[in-house]
Write a protein that binds this ligand. Structure first.
Ligand SMILES: Nc1ncnc2c1ncn2[C@@H]1O[C@H](COP(=O)(O)OP(=O)(O)OP(=O)(O)O)[C@@H](O)[C@H]1O
Ligand SMILES: [Mg+2]
Length: 425
């Protein structure tokens, strides 16, 4: 039973969330424990104080251990931050056949070979030397000039071509995250870091959304994690280092109050569309360290909120606009993360992108147990990590990471298995 345990650990800039579950049968997860604690020492996905992160991770893991009665094992954790880089590489092979003018049948070994060829073509350019490969995402296959083939297995052809989107993370950041888990008294496998964007997509996107085209934006405390899905393929990822905590900081400055008061006011009275607020509604704002309280309008609060939300969305739009046209994202925008709970944020996102917007909760259809707490856009990462982990074959799991064992070049080797996962899904 114990070897079926999966622990999902979402190390966020604002919160640490953890779920422990058992994957008894394929596709079914028994929920055993949930924990949520405030985070410290990590900003915009970057570890700034490893002791503080380790303390928070320890608290979350001990809490989930207390609720489940099980020691967290087989930990999968998310990774984000503006250290994430991507690169696209091509692979090309000939398919062997019984005679030169006959096409051959494509087997798994040929898919592996073409991916390996793409992998070898991935040049670790200047600036990539200290990066570790997190994921390799095939962007579809071409057989003898026929494009957009999703799964070439058992098809026939003379030549097989593929493009792979390779996602890298800075090795220092990954080591610091692993070390914070070790300092907390737990361990994580070298291959058990999952890009936040990929975890989120596993939790909330339907097959239709992936195929028809969707922009998925996870708006947390420190970063907006954006991914573009089209034709069933993850085509682009971006990290914008601005999110909910910037709104809170603006309010603390604008209202001359503490960050914790500003956080309370934002989550209780902040509305992303100021025009929708009654201009007469007043709020008492506590002063800093015993200074006099002041009365402010909810309109003023919401005006500050809207200003920052629009700035954040304009950064997202500017970075993304060259990679899609409206017809490529027929399903529109899907929002997750704690900031997706800000009142009327969907209306402002709709105005900024001119696309339909949905605020998503994780899909819990494959879970048994009391899932009420997980019906929250902020739990999407954790749920997605569980689903990602449950989809891994046990024999492909890496041994526990020993600190110092990361090697940028060596990790290229894991692409093959990851790609197998994507092509067989
Ligand atoms: N009801 C609410 N209204 C507005 N903002 C909210 C609400 N609930 C939570 N938030 C904001 O959501 C943010 C935290 O979201 P989340 O827990 O998803 O972040 P995180 O995962 O820790 O951070 P990141 O993903 O950026 O590393 C905080 O800025 C918090 O103020
Ligand atoms: Mg998050």
């Amino acid at each position: 039973m114990r070897h079926n345990l999966i622990t999902a650990l979402d190390i966020g800039s604002a919160n640490i969330r953890c779920i422990i579950a058992s994957a008894k049968s394929p596709g079914h997860l028994d929920l055993l424990g949930i924990a949520e604690t405030p985070s410290a020492g990590i900003e915009k996905g970057i570890v700034k104080d490893i002791q503080a992160v380790a303390e928070c991770v320890k608290k979350a893991l001990q809490e989930v251990q207390a609720t489940s009665g099980l020691k967290p094992a087989n930990i999968f954790a998310n990774v984000t931050g503006d250290h994430i880089r991507t690169q696209v590489g091509d692979g090309r092979i000939s398919i062997p056949a019984s005679s030169p003018n006959e096409p051959g049948e494509i087997a798994q070994e040929h898919v592996d070979q073409v991916i390996a060829d793409a992998r070898n073509g991935v040049k670790i350019q200047k600036g990539f030397e200290r990066c570790q490969i997190l994921h390799g995402i095939p962007q579809g296959y071409v057989i003898d000039g026929h494009n957009d083939i999703r799964n070439p297995l058992r098809m026939t052809g003379f030549h097989l071509i593929t493009k792979v989107l390779t996602i890298f993370g800075d090795v220092t950041q990954l080591r610091n995250l692993a070390k914070s888990i070790e300092l907390a008294g737990y361990e994580i496998g070298a291959d058990n870091f999952v890009l936040n964007h990929i975890a989120i997509a596993n939790a909330v996107l339907s097959e239709d959304e992936r195929r028809l085209g969707t922009i998925l934006i996870d708006i947390g405390g420190g970063t907006c994690d954006i991914s573009l899905h089209h034709r069933g393929i993850l085509e682009k990822i971006l990290v914008i280092p601005m999110a909910g905590s910037a709104i809170t900081e603006d309010l603390a400055i604008g209202l001359k109050t503490t960050l914790s008061n500003a956080e309370y006011i934002k989550t209780h009275y902040g509305v992303a569309l100021a025009a929708s607020v009654d201009p007469e509604t007043e709020i008492v704002v506590e002063g800093i360290s015993g200074r006099d309280s002041q009365v402010k309008t909810q309109y003023l609060v919401s005006h500050v909120v809207q200003h920052r939300v629009e700035e954040m969305l304009s950064l997202c739009y500017d970075r993304l606009k060259n990679f899609y046209t409206p017809e490529l994202v027929t399903a529109g925008i899907v929002l997750t993360g704690g900031t997706a709970k800000l009142q009327m944020i969907d209306a402002v996102v709709k105005n900024s992108f001119n696309l339909p917007v949905k605020i998503a909760q994780p899909d819990l259809s494959t879970f048994n147990g009391d899932t009420d707490l997980l019906k929250d856009p902020a739990f999407a990462t954790c749920v997605g990590l569980l689903r990602h982990a449950a989809a891994q074959e046990p024999e492909t799991k890496a041994p526990a990471l020993r600190l110092g064992s990361f090697k940028a070049g060596k990790t290229l080797d894991k692409i093959k298995n990851i790609i197998k996962d994507f092509t067989s899904s």
